[in-house]
Design a protein around this ligand. Structure first.
Ligand code: NGQ
Ligand code: ZN
Length: 455
């Protein structure tokens, strides 16, 4: 058994003092006891809180970060970015995917994420054929999660069409092509990898790329508890196409045709009308918000205020990985709303007025649901996933517990995450990932290879 004594720790009810945190050899929390005396021989930390869930990742896109920020000849958009991303995805190998994912996950860990949901769709080889192992590339990403030490929910992606109305895929989408049978086969191959750190769910890519009939078929063959993620209503053009094809907006159309409940994560859900806001909040599904990617791709702003007022659940994801920082996602989430409404402190409630606390706790709860794993708070029975903040940093030194998350989320750009424990293993110590050298060396080699392939 191992333990940590936190002078201040964020528990589900808020910040508590003198918290004795104990976990077993399997990495499960055994007891979390506030107002405890410091036991002899147990190391102490100042500020401890649960690690964040990154509920939306396309790991391979990490290697494209920063390389699409040059204006083209016509106006640039989500859709022109997508063409560049497709081109990038064409030549990438399973080895590349593993190395990129390991680098990404090590960065995510250093910046406060202890779990990730991988929305995984590069599943065929460069010629568009299935690999000999149907889950080859998904297994690579899971292997990367193990070498970096992050918990993972692998979501193999159902991807059959290029647009509403079952339009045939374009050649540049051939590596993504899966039908319901392929997906069930991939999920079955991943079954032996499921453990306390690894869950497997499913992700219909979007209503553009998967039909309602296919979604029903896949869900009919999966256990009820497995998480289901989908991209939805990210761009206005998608809303218009949905209206033209189905007569309904995407979220409305999904909810009218399939039971959307707490096992669902609707990623982006940016463009909602009032009825969709209310229906999504009432469904118990999680809105998977990815503020830095949504900003980078020019998506729009999620209607956070009415959604929260209606009791909606949310979590955060880094999606294209233009940022790997939980702080930056949450900061952008709140700042987008301040700019929109020309007000301050939007993400708060009458019972939680601290915006940083509201955002961190809210994103933890939604993220844990979306991950479908035993994570999201420091509570007995859940995974021992926690962050130790740098209590000596000038932004945190000596401040009251009620200001810790305000300072952490909103003030400055130093990384205040000092140590990170995942499933009872220390994977970040003093700001450094324990395997950073080897992981980054391999990543740099891969970038060199990819540059050669492109030139
Ligand atoms: C993706 N990314 O699957 O990587 C998508 C782009 C699409 C985001 N939606 C492709 N951010 O949606 O068609
Ligand atoms: Zn995405």
């Amino acid at each position: 058994m191992s333990a940590l004594f936190a002078r201040h720790a964020l528990l589900p009810e808020g910040w508590r003092r003198d918290v004795h945190i104990e976990w077993n050899i399997d990495g499960d929390l055994l007891a979390v006891t506030p107002d405890a005396a410091q036991p002899h021989g147990v190391p102490a930390a100042d500020l401890v809180m649960p690690g964040m869930v990154n509920l939306h990742s396309h790991a391979f896109q990490r290697a494209l970060g920063g390389l699409t920020e040059t204006a083209g000849e016509g106006p640039d958009s989500f859709w022109t970015w997508r063409d560049l991303m497709y081109r990038f995805a064409r030549s990438i190998t399973p080895e590349h995917i593993e190395a990129i994912a390991a680098q990404l996950f090590s960065e995510c860990l250093r910046h406060g994420y202890t779990s990730v949901c991988e929305f995984h769709y590069v599943q065929r080889d460069q010629q568009g054929a299935m690999y000999a192992r149907p889950a080859e590339t998904a297994e690579r990403v899971v292997a990367a999660s193990k070498s970096a030490g992050i918990g993972i929910t692998m979501l193999p992606v159902l991807y059959s069409y290029a647009g509403f109305g079952e339009q045939p895929l374009k050649p540049e989408q051939n590596r993504f092509r899966t039908d319901a049978a392929d997906i069930l086969r991939i999920i079955e191959s991943l079954e032996p990898l499921r453990d306390a750190q690894t869950e497997v769910g499913v992700a219909p890519h979007s209503l553009r790329a998967a039909s309602i009939g296919q979604v029903r078929e896949v869900l009919g063959s999966l256990p009820d508890k497995r998480p289901v993620h989908i991209h939805i209503a990210e761009q206005q053009a998608e809303v218009q196409q949905s209206l033209a094809q189905t007569g309904a907006r995407p979220v409305r159309y999904l909810m009218d045709n399939i039971e959307v409940n707490a096992r669902w994560c609707l990623v982006h859900a940016t463009h909602l009308d009032d009825g969709e806001v209310a229906a999504l909040a009432a469904s118990g599904a999680v809105a998977g918000l990815c503020p830095t990617t949504e900003a980078n791709l020019g998506d729009g702003l999620f209607p956070l205020e009415p959604f929260l007022k209606a009791g909606g659940r949310f979590g955060i994801g880094s999606d294209s990985h233009i940022s790997q920082s939980a702080v930056e996602e949450l900061r952008w989430l709140e700042y987008g709303q301040r700019l929109l409404h020309q007000r301050r402190n939007v993400a708060a409630s009458s019972t939680q007025r601290n915006v940083g606390d509201f955002l961190w706790q809210g994103a933890l709860q939604g993220g844990a649901l979306a991950a479908g794993r035993r994570v999201g708070s420091l509570s007995a029975g859940l995974r021992a996933d926690l962050l130790v903040l740098d209590g000596e940093h000038p932004n945190l030194d000596g401040i009251g517990a009620s200001d810790v998350l305000g300072s952490f989320v909103f003030c400055g750009n130093d990384n205040l995450v000092k140590d990170v424990l995942v499933g009872g293993r220390w994977v970040v110590r003093d700001g450094a990932h324990v395997a950073q050298g080897a992981i980054t060396q391999r990543y740099k080699q891969v970038l060199t290879e990819l540059r050669k392939l492109r030139s």
